[in-house]
Design a binder for this molecule. Structure first.
Ligand SMILES: Cc1cc2nc3c(=O)[nH]c(=O)nc-3n(C[C@H](O)[C@H](O)[C@H](O)COP(=O)(O)OP(=O)(O)OC[C@H]3O[C@@H](n4cnc5c(N)ncnc54)[C@H](O)[C@@H]3O)c2cc1C
Length: 518
């Protein structure tokens, strides 16, 4: 069995864990980061895509609003390549309490969230599909953020500074010697091989799973309520600005334009199991109806897919058994030496994706204090790899790049303009033959055909790579199709249903995929 020694073992490779790894390596600490899946496949990869301005929390949770606006300004600079500066609107629709708008302005002023009232006519000029019956409109600095780009940039940045990043490595035991945690045993979920990690400090950054990992260390009572929410991606950008209903936060009140799609969300229901991704048909219908309130005709657009994520909500005195929206959105950093008498072990959970950097900073500050070392945080100013220019992402960048060399490169995925060269580079760079891992890197198969026209081409490219058998290429294709189907079938209607039938003919009738030697 391999044994690794390190300063800090980070368990959990979502935005928070990857943020801790990046922060700690910038401070000169040696890091091992492990996730049981690929990076950002937990809640971070299943979120709504919004870099909050803080407007959403301005009335209800002023502390969260202040944190969001502070981090929004920093993330735009240091992770510029992942952020699209869409801007945001809060609009009062006929379904909203008109009195809330004045509370909203006061809340924004009190918390420092930039907010400008504009006329409904101006909002409609900028977003012609918005409900024409809006009575008030406010502009805020919301933005959309590509989480896979962000988390992998954090991971690569840390790797370049010597961190060992271990996706598909699950922590199966946390080691204790007396009243101290000394490391963990990791199991490679693909091969079953085990690795021992000896660490000066262990950080539990497993989000909604943090209670389970704390349990492994013999620490009871770390209760993280998984609050499940669903989101639906609609084909095309129905809006180019993040649009929020101007009301107390509730279900289905935000549409986020992200890359080539727009995403409506979300719900918030208590669930027992953070791995429960059940999609309820009633929620799908309610979400599409909510979309109609902001953008009339929403239902006529093609719904591409639906997915769920679970909020890591650390329980406080306000927790109730049935409703999770009132549990604090603020994060919780637990120093288990102080809380439970178990040294060299920290849990960081809760919060939002928007505040991952702040959560990481506070965690690594605490780690350094426990090591008795003074090391300053650099993540406020140090750009992530790819964001050095400070220029935010622009929709159309890929197309502009492709147009420079129209005939030169073979396009594998037309919807997301993924070329053969990029695909081959990604297979080599990430040492993976898993098409779903590649999807998250390149957005392969994420457009309207949901892989219908590109995924068998990509499989062919995979097969043509040295040493990959037809069998392994086929099983990767099947796994990809099965994963896509999970998110497609609950929203099949209209044109997307026709698309799904066409995809089915291609895969079942032409390729007979189910009988490939996988
Ligand atoms: C529906 C929904 C919409 C949201 N929308 C937004 C939004 O628009 N904007 C925003 O700012 N925030 C949003 N959030 C909140 C945000 O997504 C989360 O707060 C954030 O992603 C949590 O990141 P994390 O790294 O702490 O957790 P995660 O991303 O869940 O990472 C935890 C990781 O731990 C790993 N893990 C678990 N157990 C083990 C183990 N034993 N060994 C190894 N690894 C393990 C998991 O695989 C996972 O990758 C949303 C949340 C939900 C649910």
């Amino acid at each position: 069995m391999v044994t690794l020694s390190t300063d800090v073992l980070v368990i959990g490779g979502g935005a928070t864990g990857a943020g801790v790894a990046w922060d700690a390596t910038l401070r000169g600490l040696d890091i091992v980061l492990a996730d049981r899946h690929d990076l950002a496949q937990g809640t971070s990869g299943r979120f709504h895509g919004l870099l909050h301005s803080g407007g959403r929390y301005a009335v209800k949770d002023p502390r969260a609003a202040e944190e969001c606006i502070g981090e929004n300004r920093i993330i735009r600079r240091v992770a510029a390549d992942s952020v699209e500066d869409t801007g945001g609107f809060f609009v009062t629709t006929p379904y909203d309490d008109p009195a809330y708008a004045d509370k909203f302005i006061a809340g924004c002023q009190a918390t420092g969230v930039d907010c400008e009232e504009i006329t409904p006519a101006q909002a409609l000029r900028e977003e012609p599909r918005l409900n024409p019956r809006i009575s008030r409109a406010f502009r805020v600095p919301d933005a959309s953020i590509d989480v896979w780009k962000t988390v992998w940039a954090l991971g690569h940045g840390a790797q370049q500074r010597g961190a060992r990043i271990l996706p598909y490595h699950e922590a199966v035991a946390i080691h204790r010697q007396g009243d101290e945690v000394t490391g963990a045993r990791l199991r490679d979920v693909r091969t079953g091989e085990e690795t021992e990690v000896e660490a000066r400090v262990t950080v539990n950054a497993t989000g909604a799973w943090a209670g389970q990992v704390a349990d492994m260390a013999g620490i009871e009572g770390v209760r993280v309520l998984p609050g499940r929410g669903i989101m639906i991606a609609m084909n095309h950008r129905l809006v180019n600005t993040v649009v929020n209903r101007c009301q107390m936060p509730t279900d289905g009140d935000i549409i986020v334009p992200i890359r080539t799609v727009s995403v409506v969300g979300t719900t918030d229901q208590l669930t027992e199991d953070p791995d429960d991704h059940t999609v309820l048909q009633g929620d799908v219908d309610a979400m599409l109806n909510d979309g109609e309130k902001l953008v009339p005709g929403f239902r006529q657009a093609r719904a591409l897919r639906v997915w769920t994520g679970v909020r890591p909500l650390f329980e406080d005195a306000k927790a109730s058994e049935t409703e999770t929206r009132d549990v604090t959105r603020a994060h919780a950093l637990l120093d288990h030496a102080q809380r439970d008498g178990v040294g060299r072990f920290f849990t960081i959970t809760g919060g939002k994706l928007t505040t991952f950097r702040l959560m990481a900073e506070e965690t690594v500050d605490a780690v350094c204090r426990s090591l008795g070392e003074q090391r300053d945080c650099l993540t406020r100013t140090e750009p992530l790899p790819g964001s050095e220019s400070g220029t935010t992402y622009r929709l159309g960048e890929r197309l502009a790049h492709k147009e420079e060399n129209l005939a030169g490169e073979q396009v594998i995925c037309e919807c997301e303009l993924v070329t053969r060269r990029r695909l081959e580079e990604a297979f080599a760079r990430f040492h993976t033959t898993n098409l779903d891992d590649i999807r998250r890197q390149l957005r392969l198969g994420m457009g309207p055909c949901q892989g219908g026209f590109c995924i068998y081409r990509a499989t062919g490219v995979l097969h043509s790579l040295d040493g990959l058998s037809a069998q392994r290429a086929d099983s990767s294709l099947l796994a990809f199709l099965q994963e896509r189907w999970k998110g497609t079938w609950p929203v099949l209607y209209g044109d997307q249903l026709r698309q799904a039938r066409l995809d089915d003919w291609i895969f079942q009738s032409v390729l007979d995929v189910e009988h490939l030697p996988g």
